[in-house]
Design a protein around this ligand. Structure first.
Ligand code: F6P
Length: 844
């Protein structure tokens, strides 16, 4: 084999990498293929002009080597590879240069036609996009280069490894490459970076080729002294993005020539059962050593644990020193997260990969809170332009309502908004409107109707003026029974009032009121349509169904199938909130969530807040056996956070089948419940203190109040801190006895009361403290929970973004409805259901 190397003017790092590949990979690969995309030397060369397809590199190598004479250190490297000035080397090098020197348009297309990556068997293909990547964005023509690279990589045989090199500012390129490789389905991907401005990617879709390159990278990371340029921390960080190459069941190789399909094809994780990993086994053994240890003992043994078991991020303090674990537990949990390929999954999430396998969808709700200039791609298309355009429409709509330009059918301004939706189309905005009530704009009341029980809608409409009421029908699918039934009834209510009011309206007209006279030349149906157009808006991914309902497209705010219902607050589903607090505040909510997205994506695992909360949940659930988790906001404004989290956490991770369809070997989402302190101290706290069950608790409190009445907030905080402390330490027999004696109780009284006065304690808790409850901090908090849920899904190997478990009941309800209505001659097949229906029939 021969090594020939072509250098260009900025080859210092490149040479280092080639050196690394050659030195470490020569036994594995027969050929080094070097593919520069823009190399001025080549462009101007005679070979470049005459034969773009394949070169004899000898002229270049001798030219390069002679130039190296002037750089003794570089020459040493050449020599160490066995290269000579004649160009002898351990590798055969082929050179392809697809770009600049062969022009553009048809010429280039022809070139690519003749370019056959399939021919490289057992090769290291060193792909040097150089400036070819510099201007890559997800839109317009510049993307072309990216897709050509994709095409190239998808056609590369499985026995070969592609190495993509880029010496542009590192983070951006790591992201570009991460995006590319994830979308390409390369399970064996390493992204290494060094010297802060170089990104380097090795790709392999074959496990053994992959593991050889991984070994090379690890070598490199482990031998910093040999490579003084390497910033080991950066390299290790980048390596943590590496998908596991050597794990037992590698994914099947990518099918050839199926690029389009590939993009849609779900990627299968290599890891199938986390309980079989070494990290899990170590954790299980470690849990045994902690069993029976009381939090009192843990604090006594390690006075520094408070400082070590906490995280602070953008003003949020997460204190988990009262969890039943030690700093060592955290280290072991992080090892488990590495086994679960956490960093790779985070990259996949943000890259827009269709990680919701069973629905073949991406989960890109982070794009909804993206800012101008951000790029979030699905199938290579940047979704941000449409997200921003819809956000601008929301802003305009809110301004029209707030400034009374939006008027009802009698030309009155809007005073009441009723959101009709359920699940993710209700819980988020309902919770957030209440949470941010302190920031509410005056003059507009928000109402939420979700339940199919008429009591919900009827009670809400009581006292509302149809002429001043705006309905928002929020439904991702626009097929949900509850929402459609409520929306139809609301429409009837409005139209009845509207038609009755027509007499008055005519009167107004006759007496000179400024009102649209054309309304009265219309048919009844046209009039009704006009009334609906003034009083109904819709939010949905199913725009045509909303239009069919009678809502004009101008009042329909779309969102997209890559937004899960329970992750949709940030989309137009947040409209009721934007109306309540104004669009500027709503954008603050998005900004807060965006900050948490950045943190989740970029923070190292040990300081990563969502990941840490996920690991705590996993520890409590799978190693301590907790079946539930209590969410305890010490904030009346956050009273609806527990129900919101019930959907977010339990609909996402309440699953016992992993993403590959296999039964989970461990427990998944605990039952989430809770309610606001201090109320709940007077309802269920008794059980937390003395019920004998393990219930990990999550306290949430704010340093400053959102509504300030003198003395209240400090009392609230005192209660919060007292409860978590009492739950942790309890009161043992001696303390209880001493308290009773101090209260002057007689000895026989003490003996009788003592068992009732003992608090076992050792109830684990985390306390989240926020500076205050405002739109920004709420956005951060909710995104924190979203990412925690995702991280837990990764750890358990679940798809957190589908919800098949809610379907069966819906189908059966549809079958039973005609039977209950008496419109169906058949009866229910189940005897119990039959008995229940028979009872109901007696009402007639
Ligand atoms: O309960 C199932 C569910 O599909 C939730 O996931 C969703 O948030 C809710 O129903 C409402 O669905 P839609 O927004 O389509 O009406």
């Amino acid at each position: 084999m021969k090594l020939q190397y072509l250098g260009d003017s900025r080859d210092a790092f490149k040479w280092d990498i080639l050196h690394w590949i050659c030195a470490n990979s020569s036994p594995c690969f027969g050929e080094l293929v070097y593919v520069p995309m823009l190399t001025p030397d080549i462009r101007n060369s005679p070979q470049g002009k005459t034969s773009p397809l394949k070169f004899d590199c000898s002229n270049f190598i001798s030219k390069f080597v002679s130039s190296l004479r002037k750089k003794p250190r570089s020459l040493e490297r050449v020599k160490s590879l066995g290269a000579t000035e004649q160009g002898a080397s351990p590798f055969r090098v082929s050179l392809f240069s697809p770009y600049e020197f062969i022009g553009s348009g048809k010429q280039r297309a022809r070139y690519w036609d003749g370019f056959k990556p399939e021919q490289f068997e057992n090769a290291v293909v060193f792909f040097d996009p150089d400036n070819g990547f510099e201007t890559v964005t997800c839109d317009g023509t510049k993307w072309v280069r990216h897709s050509e690279l994709e095409d190239f990589l998808s056609r590369l045989p499985d026995t070969s490894v592609a190495v993509v090199y880029q010496h542009r500012p590192m983070r951006k390129w790591v992201e570009v490459f991460a995006d590319l490789t994830v979308r390409m389905g390369y399970a064996h991907t390493a992204i290494a970076a060094y010297e802060g401005n170089l990104a380097f990617v090795a790709l392999a879709n074959n496990a053994s080729a992959g593991s050889r390159v991984r070994a090379v990278i690890e070598n490199y990371a482990n031998a910093p002294r040999k490579h003084p340029n390497v910033r080991v921390a950066v390299l290790r960080d980048a390596l943590s993005l590496t998908h596991k190459w050597a794990t037992p069941s590698p994914p099947s190789p990518l099918p050839k020539g199926a690029r389009e399909e590939l993009k849609l094809q779900p990627k299968v994780s290599v890891l199938t059962n986390i309980t079989t990993t070494p990290a899990w086994r170590v954790l299980a053994a470690h849990a045994e050593t902690l069993r029976g240890r009381h939090l009192r003992q843990m604090f006594a043994a390690d006075p520094g644990r408070t400082a070590r078991l906490k995280l602070e991020q953008d003003g949020i303090l997460a204190d988990f020193s009262r969890q039943r674990l030690t700093p060592e537990t955290m280290t072991l949990l992080h090892a488990l997260a590495r086994e679960a390929e956490m960093s790779g999954w985070i990259a996949r999430l943000f890259s827009g990969e269709r990680i919701n396998l069973s629905e073949n969808r991406a989960a890109l709700h982070m794009a909804l809170r993206g800012a101008e200039g951000d790029v979030f791609c699905i199938d290579g298309r940047n979704v941000m332009p449409q997200v921003l355009a819809e956000r601008a429409r929301l802003r305009a709509f809110c301004a029209n309502v707030h400034e009374s330009r939006w008027r009802g059918y009698t030309d009155e301004s809007i005073t009441d908004v009723v959101n009709i939706g359920i699940g993710g189309s209700d819980l988020g905005p309902r919770m957030a409107v209440q949470a941010l009530a302190a920031a509410a704009k005056p003059g507009l009341r928000l109402h939420f109707v979700s339940n199919i029980d008429a009591a919900d809608l009827a009670m809400t409409l009581r006292g509302l003026d149809p002429a001043r009421t705006l309905f928002i029908v929020a439904s991702k699918t626009f097929t949900t029974q509850e929402t459609l039934a409520n929306a139809h009834s609301a429409k009837q209510w409005l139209l009845r009032a509207g038609v009755l009011n027509m007499g008055q309206t005519m009167f107004k007209l006759c007496y000179g009121a400024e009102f649209a006279p054309e309304m009265f030349s219309d048919s009844l149906e046209e009039t009704q349509n006009k009334i609906v157009a003034r009083h109904f808006a819709a939010i949905s991914t199913n725009v045509s169904a909303a239009k069919e309902f009678g809502i004009p497209e101008t009042n329909v705010f779309p969102f997209w199938d890559w937004v899960g219902g329970r992750y949709s607050l940030w989309s137009a589903i947040g409209l009721p909130l934007a109306l309540a607090i104004g669009m500027d505040n709503f954008e603050q909510l998005l900004a807060g969530a965006r900050a948490m997205d950045r943190h989740f994506r970029e923070a190292p695992p040990e300081t990563n807040l969502p990941l840490t909360l996920a690991l705590l949940d996993l520890w409590n659930t799978d190693f301590l056996g907790a079946e539930t988790r209590a969410v305890l906001p010490y904030s009346r404004s956050l009273a609806l956070l527990p129900p919101y989290l019930q959907q977010l956490e339990m609909e996402s991770n309440g699953k016992a089948i992993d993403r590959n369809g296999r039964k989970l070997a461990c427990a998944s989402a605990p039952i989430v419940w809770g309610g606001p302190g201090s109320d709940t101290q007077h309802s269920f706290f008794q059980l937390l203190h003395q019920g004998g069950r393990l219930v990990p608790c999550e306290f949430i409190a704010m340093a400053r109040p959102d509504f300030d009445l003198p003395g209240h907030h400090d009392k609230l905080l005192a209660n919060c801190f007292a409860q978590s402390e009492t739950l942790a330490y309890g009161r043992n027999t001696e303390e209880a006895r001493a308290d009773l004696a101090a209260a002057g109780r007689a000895e026989n009284d003490i003996a009788a009361l003592l068992p009732h006065k003992v608090f076992p304690g050792n109830q684990p808790s985390t306390t989240l403290l926020l500076p205050r409850l405002d739109a920004t901090t709420l956005g951060m908090l909710l995104a924190l929970y979203e990412h925690k849920v995702f991280a837990l899904g990764v750890l358990w190997g679940l798809n957190s973004f589908d919800q098949w478990g809610v379907e069966l009941g819906k189908q059966l309800a549809a079958r039973l409805l005609p039977i209950i209505e008496g419109n169906n001659t058949t009866t229910a097949t189940d005897p119990t259901t039959r008995q229940l229906i028979d009872y109901i029939r007696k009402r007639d």
